[in-house]
Design a protein around this ligand. Structure first.
Ligand code: URA
Length: 274
Protein backbone atom coordinates (compact mmCIF):
# COMPACT_ATOMS: atom_id res chain seq x y z
CA UNK A 1 0.00 0.00 0.00
CA UNK A 2 3.10 2.21 -0.02
CA UNK A 3 2.30 3.24 -3.64
CA UNK A 4 -1.13 4.53 -2.60
CA UNK A 5 0.38 6.52 0.28
CA UNK A 6 2.92 8.10 -2.10
CA UNK A 7 0.15 8.97 -4.54
CA UNK A 8 -1.95 10.49 -1.75
CA UNK A 9 1.04 12.53 -0.56
CA UNK A 10 1.71 13.73 -4.12
CA UNK A 11 -1.95 14.62 -4.62
CA UNK A 12 -2.00 16.54 -1.32
CA UNK A 13 1.20 18.41 -2.24
CA UNK A 14 -0.25 19.31 -5.64
CA UNK A 15 -3.51 20.53 -4.08
CA UNK A 16 -1.56 22.59 -1.56
CA UNK A 17 0.41 24.24 -4.38
CA UNK A 18 -2.72 24.96 -6.42
CA UNK A 19 -4.38 26.56 -3.40
CA UNK A 20 -1.27 28.67 -2.82
CA UNK A 21 -1.61 29.98 -6.40
CA UNK A 22 1.17 27.92 -7.98
CA UNK A 23 -0.83 26.78 -10.98
CA UNK A 24 1.54 27.46 -13.87
CA UNK A 25 4.55 25.37 -14.89
CA UNK A 26 6.34 27.21 -17.61
CA UNK A 27 10.05 26.88 -16.92
CA UNK A 28 12.70 24.78 -15.23
CA UNK A 29 14.60 27.73 -13.75
CA UNK A 30 13.17 30.62 -11.73
CA UNK A 31 13.29 33.96 -13.59
CA UNK A 32 13.66 37.32 -11.87
CA UNK A 33 11.31 39.17 -14.19
CA UNK A 34 11.99 42.54 -12.63
CA UNK A 35 15.69 42.29 -13.50
CA UNK A 36 14.83 40.77 -16.89
CA UNK A 37 12.48 43.59 -17.82
CA UNK A 38 14.86 46.33 -16.64
CA UNK A 39 17.74 44.75 -18.61
CA UNK A 40 15.56 44.35 -21.68
CA UNK A 41 14.31 47.93 -21.39
CA UNK A 42 17.90 49.20 -21.17
CA UNK A 43 18.92 47.19 -24.23
CA UNK A 44 15.93 48.48 -26.19
CA UNK A 45 16.57 52.06 -25.16
CA UNK A 46 20.07 51.76 -26.63
CA UNK A 47 18.96 49.90 -29.77
CA UNK A 48 15.85 51.89 -30.64
CA UNK A 49 14.32 55.33 -30.08
CA UNK A 50 11.68 55.60 -27.33
CA UNK A 51 8.35 54.12 -28.35
CA UNK A 52 5.95 56.83 -29.50
CA UNK A 53 2.87 56.95 -27.33
CA UNK A 54 0.26 59.45 -26.28
CA UNK A 55 1.82 62.22 -24.24
CA UNK A 56 0.05 62.39 -20.90
CA UNK A 57 -0.18 65.29 -18.50
CA UNK A 58 2.89 65.45 -16.32
CA UNK A 59 5.02 63.77 -19.00
CA UNK A 60 4.85 60.20 -20.24
CA UNK A 61 6.69 57.31 -18.60
CA UNK A 62 9.00 56.11 -21.40
CA UNK A 63 7.82 52.58 -21.99
CA UNK A 64 10.20 50.34 -23.87
CA UNK A 65 8.84 47.35 -25.72
CA UNK A 66 9.87 45.40 -28.76
CA UNK A 67 9.12 48.02 -31.37
CA UNK A 68 7.52 45.54 -33.72
CA UNK A 69 4.86 44.55 -31.21
CA UNK A 70 3.99 48.18 -30.50
CA UNK A 71 3.88 49.02 -34.20
CA UNK A 72 1.62 46.06 -34.97
CA UNK A 73 -0.66 46.90 -32.04
CA UNK A 74 -0.83 50.57 -33.10
CA UNK A 75 -1.72 49.64 -36.68
CA UNK A 76 -4.39 47.13 -35.63
CA UNK A 77 -5.86 49.46 -33.01
CA UNK A 78 -6.04 52.44 -35.36
CA UNK A 79 -7.89 50.35 -37.95
CA UNK A 80 -10.62 49.34 -35.48
CA UNK A 81 -13.71 51.48 -36.05
CA UNK A 82 -15.84 50.03 -33.27
CA UNK A 83 -15.58 47.83 -30.18
CA UNK A 84 -16.31 44.60 -32.07
CA UNK A 85 -13.46 45.30 -34.48
CA UNK A 86 -11.18 46.23 -31.60
CA UNK A 87 -11.99 43.01 -29.73
CA UNK A 88 -11.31 40.98 -32.88
CA UNK A 89 -8.02 42.84 -33.44
CA UNK A 90 -6.86 42.09 -29.90
CA UNK A 91 -7.87 38.44 -30.22
CA UNK A 92 -5.77 38.21 -33.42
CA UNK A 93 -2.73 39.96 -31.89
CA UNK A 94 0.05 37.42 -31.32
CA UNK A 95 2.87 39.70 -30.18
CA UNK A 96 2.17 40.00 -26.46
CA UNK A 97 3.95 37.05 -24.77
CA UNK A 98 1.21 36.82 -22.13
CA UNK A 99 -1.13 35.40 -24.74
CA UNK A 100 0.92 32.21 -24.97
CA UNK A 101 0.18 31.14 -21.39
CA UNK A 102 -3.36 32.50 -21.06
CA UNK A 103 -6.52 30.47 -21.63
CA UNK A 104 -8.70 33.35 -22.81
CA UNK A 105 -8.40 36.92 -24.06
CA UNK A 106 -10.14 39.14 -21.51
CA UNK A 107 -11.54 42.16 -23.32
CA UNK A 108 -14.20 43.99 -21.31
CA UNK A 109 -17.47 43.71 -19.42
CA UNK A 110 -20.38 45.96 -18.59
CA UNK A 111 -22.33 48.47 -20.63
CA UNK A 112 -20.15 50.08 -23.36
CA UNK A 113 -22.53 53.05 -23.47
CA UNK A 114 -21.88 53.78 -19.77
CA UNK A 115 -20.55 57.23 -18.92
CA UNK A 116 -17.89 55.77 -16.63
CA UNK A 117 -15.09 53.37 -17.58
CA UNK A 118 -12.85 51.47 -15.12
CA UNK A 119 -9.41 50.16 -16.04
CA UNK A 120 -7.80 47.47 -13.88
CA UNK A 121 -4.40 45.84 -14.07
CA UNK A 122 -4.57 42.31 -15.49
CA UNK A 123 -6.90 39.33 -15.51
CA UNK A 124 -6.50 36.80 -12.70
CA UNK A 125 -7.27 33.09 -12.69
CA UNK A 126 -11.08 33.48 -12.60
CA UNK A 127 -11.02 36.12 -15.33
CA UNK A 128 -8.73 33.94 -17.47
CA UNK A 129 -11.17 31.02 -17.10
CA UNK A 130 -14.30 33.04 -17.82
CA UNK A 131 -12.86 35.53 -20.35
CA UNK A 132 -14.31 38.52 -18.45
CA UNK A 133 -12.63 41.15 -16.24
CA UNK A 134 -13.23 41.40 -12.50
CA UNK A 135 -15.33 38.29 -11.97
CA UNK A 136 -13.25 36.86 -9.08
CA UNK A 137 -13.14 37.87 -5.42
CA UNK A 138 -11.75 41.36 -6.04
CA UNK A 139 -14.33 41.89 -8.78
CA UNK A 140 -17.06 40.95 -6.33
CA UNK A 141 -15.77 43.54 -3.86
CA UNK A 142 -15.59 46.13 -6.65
CA UNK A 143 -19.20 45.40 -7.66
CA UNK A 144 -20.28 45.93 -4.01
CA UNK A 145 -18.29 49.18 -3.72
CA UNK A 146 -19.82 50.52 -6.93
CA UNK A 147 -23.33 49.38 -5.97
CA UNK A 148 -22.93 51.61 -2.89
CA UNK A 149 -22.73 54.64 -5.24
CA UNK A 150 -25.56 53.38 -7.47
CA UNK A 151 -23.51 51.73 -10.25
CA UNK A 152 -24.17 48.30 -11.75
CA UNK A 153 -22.12 46.92 -14.64
CA UNK A 154 -25.21 45.39 -16.24
CA UNK A 155 -27.56 48.39 -15.88
CA UNK A 156 -29.22 49.48 -19.12
CA UNK A 157 -29.53 53.06 -17.91
CA UNK A 158 -26.21 54.52 -19.05
CA UNK A 159 -26.07 56.89 -16.05
CA UNK A 160 -26.16 53.89 -13.67
CA UNK A 161 -24.02 51.49 -15.68
CA UNK A 162 -20.26 51.04 -15.83
CA UNK A 163 -17.84 49.54 -18.32
CA UNK A 164 -14.64 47.78 -17.30
CA UNK A 165 -11.40 46.53 -18.85
CA UNK A 166 -7.69 46.08 -17.97
CA UNK A 167 -4.38 47.49 -19.18
CA UNK A 168 -3.40 44.01 -20.46
CA UNK A 169 -5.77 41.45 -21.96
CA UNK A 170 -4.16 38.22 -20.82
CA UNK A 171 -3.42 36.80 -17.38
CA UNK A 172 0.25 37.04 -16.36
CA UNK A 173 1.44 33.56 -15.25
CA UNK A 174 1.05 33.04 -11.51
CA UNK A 175 -0.67 36.47 -11.23
CA UNK A 176 2.64 38.37 -11.36
CA UNK A 177 2.51 42.04 -12.36
CA UNK A 178 2.63 42.68 -16.11
CA UNK A 179 6.06 43.92 -17.26
CA UNK A 180 6.59 47.33 -18.90
CA UNK A 181 7.04 45.57 -22.26
CA UNK A 182 3.77 43.68 -21.93
CA UNK A 183 1.93 46.85 -20.93
CA UNK A 184 3.50 48.80 -23.83
CA UNK A 185 2.46 46.12 -26.33
CA UNK A 186 -1.17 46.38 -25.16
CA UNK A 187 -1.26 50.17 -24.70
CA UNK A 188 -2.31 51.13 -28.27
CA UNK A 189 -5.37 48.88 -27.84
CA UNK A 190 -6.23 50.42 -24.46
CA UNK A 191 -5.93 53.94 -25.87
CA UNK A 192 -8.18 53.05 -28.82
CA UNK A 193 -10.58 51.34 -26.41
CA UNK A 194 -10.96 54.59 -24.45
CA UNK A 195 -11.33 56.62 -27.67
CA UNK A 196 -14.12 54.33 -28.88
CA UNK A 197 -16.02 54.28 -25.56
CA UNK A 198 -15.48 58.04 -24.97
CA UNK A 199 -16.56 57.94 -21.32
CA UNK A 200 -17.08 61.14 -19.33
CA UNK A 201 -15.14 59.66 -16.41
CA UNK A 202 -12.18 57.27 -16.37
CA UNK A 203 -11.12 55.39 -13.22
CA UNK A 204 -7.74 53.65 -12.91
CA UNK A 205 -7.84 50.75 -10.45
CA UNK A 206 -4.52 50.35 -8.66
CA UNK A 207 -0.99 51.67 -9.17
CA UNK A 208 0.04 50.04 -12.49
CA UNK A 209 -3.17 51.18 -14.17
CA UNK A 210 -2.90 54.70 -12.72
CA UNK A 211 0.73 55.07 -13.83
CA UNK A 212 -0.05 53.77 -17.31
CA UNK A 213 -3.15 55.89 -17.88
CA UNK A 214 -1.90 59.06 -16.27
CA UNK A 215 1.67 58.74 -17.55
CA UNK A 216 2.97 59.38 -14.04
CA UNK A 217 5.67 57.73 -11.97
CA UNK A 218 4.14 58.24 -8.50
CA UNK A 219 2.46 55.42 -6.62
CA UNK A 220 -1.26 55.00 -6.08
CA UNK A 221 -1.17 56.60 -2.63
CA UNK A 222 -0.09 59.89 -4.20
CA UNK A 223 -2.16 59.64 -7.38
CA UNK A 224 -5.52 58.79 -5.78
CA UNK A 225 -7.88 61.39 -4.40
CA UNK A 226 -7.50 63.97 -7.16
CA UNK A 227 -8.74 64.43 -10.71
CA UNK A 228 -6.32 64.32 -13.62
CA UNK A 229 -7.01 65.10 -17.31
CA UNK A 230 -6.59 62.08 -19.61
CA UNK A 231 -5.77 63.12 -23.19
CA UNK A 232 -5.37 61.17 -26.41
CA UNK A 233 -4.92 62.39 -30.02
CA UNK A 234 -8.29 61.19 -31.28
CA UNK A 235 -10.26 62.46 -28.26
CA UNK A 236 -12.11 65.73 -28.83
CA UNK A 237 -11.46 66.80 -25.22
CA UNK A 238 -9.59 65.42 -22.21
CA UNK A 239 -11.49 63.02 -19.95
CA UNK A 240 -11.68 63.48 -16.18
CA UNK A 241 -9.66 60.64 -14.69
CA UNK A 242 -9.14 59.51 -11.11
CA UNK A 243 -7.24 56.64 -9.47
CA UNK A 244 -8.74 54.32 -6.87
CA UNK A 245 -7.10 51.70 -4.68
CA UNK A 246 -7.35 48.30 -6.35
CA UNK A 247 -10.04 46.13 -4.70
CA UNK A 248 -7.49 43.31 -4.24
CA UNK A 249 -5.38 45.76 -2.19
CA UNK A 250 -8.43 46.72 -0.13
CA UNK A 251 -9.05 43.04 0.59
CA UNK A 252 -5.51 42.81 1.98
CA UNK A 253 -5.51 46.24 3.68
CA UNK A 254 -9.07 47.01 4.77
CA UNK A 255 -7.86 50.04 6.75
CA UNK A 256 -7.65 51.89 3.40
CA UNK A 257 -11.37 51.42 2.73
CA UNK A 258 -12.01 54.80 4.39
CA UNK A 259 -9.95 56.65 1.70
CA UNK A 260 -11.50 54.48 -1.01
CA UNK A 261 -14.96 55.49 0.22
CA UNK A 262 -14.00 59.17 -0.02
CA UNK A 263 -12.83 58.59 -3.62
CA UNK A 264 -16.05 56.74 -4.44
CA UNK A 265 -18.09 59.71 -3.18
CA UNK A 266 -16.01 62.04 -5.38
CA UNK A 267 -16.74 59.74 -8.33
CA UNK A 268 -20.47 59.72 -7.49
CA UNK A 269 -20.52 63.54 -7.34
CA UNK A 270 -18.67 63.77 -10.65
CA UNK A 271 -20.99 61.41 -12.51
CA UNK A 272 -24.07 63.17 -11.14
CA UNK A 273 -22.83 66.24 -13.03
CA UNK A 274 -22.65 64.45 -16.42
N1 URA B 1 -7.66 42.32 -11.07
C1 URA B 1 -7.56 43.13 -12.14
O1 URA B 1 -6.81 44.12 -12.12
N2 URA B 1 -8.28 42.83 -13.21
C2 URA B 1 -9.13 41.80 -13.27
O2 URA B 1 -9.77 41.62 -14.30
C3 URA B 1 -9.22 40.98 -12.13
C4 URA B 1 -8.47 41.24 -11.04
Amino acid sequence: MEGTTDLDALRAALLWQAEAGIDEAIGEEPVDRFVASVEQAKALAVAAPAVARTPAPGGPIPLAAPEHAVQTASRLAAAANNLEELQAAIAAFEECPLKKTATNTVFADGNPAARIMFVGEAPGADEDRQGKPFVGVSGQLLDKMLAAIGLDRHAEDVTKAFYITNIVFWRPPGNRNPTTNEIAACLPFLERHIELVQPDVLVALGGPSAKTLLGRAEGITRLRGQWHPYSAPRLAAPIDAIALFHPAYLLRSPAHKREAWRDLLAIRDRIQRT
